[in-house]
Design a protein around this ligand. Sequence first.
Ligand code: HEC
Length: 210
Amino acid sequence: MSDAHNEHESAIKTPKQLIAAVFASFAVPIILIILLVQFVTSDKLSGAGSQSQSPDAVAARIRPVAAEDYSLKDANAPKVLQTGEAVYTASCAACHGTGAAGAPKMGDAAGWGSRIAAGYEGLLKSAIAGKGGMPAKGGNPDLDDVEIGRAIVHMVNASGGKFKEPEVKPAAAAASAAGSASASATASASASASAAASAPASAQAAASSK
Ligand code: HEC
């Protein structure tokens, strides 16, 4: 036989091979179909790491970084006014607790007596502007006028005086916030002036703080 004839030769040469070929042509597709059906209908296989898309695992991954009791401080939020005692301890006690620089000591009725006579408004004015060895706002320009007032009341009432806690004007906090936000250097001087101008802003701030 020539080589040309060999090309047309079948791979199946014996009856045994024919039986095997016929069997395989049935069995192989059927097995493939069975495997495919199993693959499609079976539940998700769970191997190592396959739980990573479960709702619990996703929730754990995207939970807020911070714990529940943590709260971000909004720099533009209305200022929370400190109590007189807190302001006194932080900003005034250094001098008024010890009498340093000739400051009238807290609890010293004699030292405060003549000053109390000037009245709350008078003391507030000189505390905000500064007087002698007393730096403006006790050296803490971040303090709100109301906070200064509360600190004065705290000191004076422990030194024989009887001042009333200053009332918080609704716009006071917003005015100081607006003053520092607009970077106006004369914030404290213009605070009362801008209080009226920034009334809409204060309403907005109050609304956004809810
Ligand atoms: C660096 C020291 C110092 C600090 C800090 C300080 N004071 Fe004074 N303060 C003084 C001195 C000194 C005087 C007395 C000034 C004078 O009569 O010449 C004084 C006086 C005062 C007076 C009386 C003013 C008057 O008209 O007689 C008040 C009110 C007052 N301080 C409030 C405060 C408050 C409120 C704070 C804190 C926010 C504060 N001070 C922080 C030193 C200080």
